[in-house]
Design a protein around this ligand. Sequence first.
Ligand code: GLP
Length: 260
Amino acid sequence: MKVLIATDAGAAAGQAARIIARQLRARPDAVLGLATGATMRPVYDRLVRCHREAGLSFARATTFNLDEYLGLSPDHPGSCHRYMREALFDRVDLSPDRTHVPRGDHPDPLAEARNYEARIARAGGIDLQLLGIGRNGHIGFNEPISSLGSRSRVTTLTSDTRRANQRDFGGLDATPRQAITLGVATILEARACLMLATGPAKARAVAGMIEGPLRAACPASALQMHPQVTVVLDRDAASRLKLTGCYDRPEPEGRDRDPC
Ligand code: GLP
């Protein structure tokens, strides 16, 4: 695991965007695994800037998102579909038929989860999986005690996660209780993973993921089993890490601000 601790959240997002841009430049037809959440917005903003100002093209790329809330149509304002269209898909040259997000409103959600996995396999698997982390250590919507061998499926959200995400739904009552997510084992099949976590609310989960034991109570700790993981943090998210000699400070200050 490579852990980079940036000075602040903006620098961390810049670092993550540069890693994605580098992947796309090295392999323009890359299959990218994408994540939603507030942490990722500045990453997508930077990628859009790279596209507009530095010619970064997504035209040959394929994307698969990690998860979607159960029961939501792609147009629902709180859906991951809608988030992705607004944050990235409608702002770059991605081909709509190569962007994929699970259908939360599918009449048979379990079949949708399984088919979604099959579609990833048909696309050749994910080259780079972007991941955020929940305050409780979830990745995708694999909540604590999800099997570390889990496949894509329908999951039930914890009250912690529903509380954290209620801002997208205007209150807890309207916040969905279930989601379709890639499984932990599915995520581990990506050829490389890029985790971004910023802010003090993530510090405990980050310490569990990196320095804690491998355990289903912290699904993100499964990344310890993956041979190609980069974790980008800001100082707040890194504040509970103890093995400080093992971690890197990326890039001189100024370069962190470059879009790509
Ligand atoms: C959400 C998503 C994750 C996301 C994480 C962090 O619930 N399912 O994919 O990475 O939680 O979200 P945020 O960046 O808003 O803290």
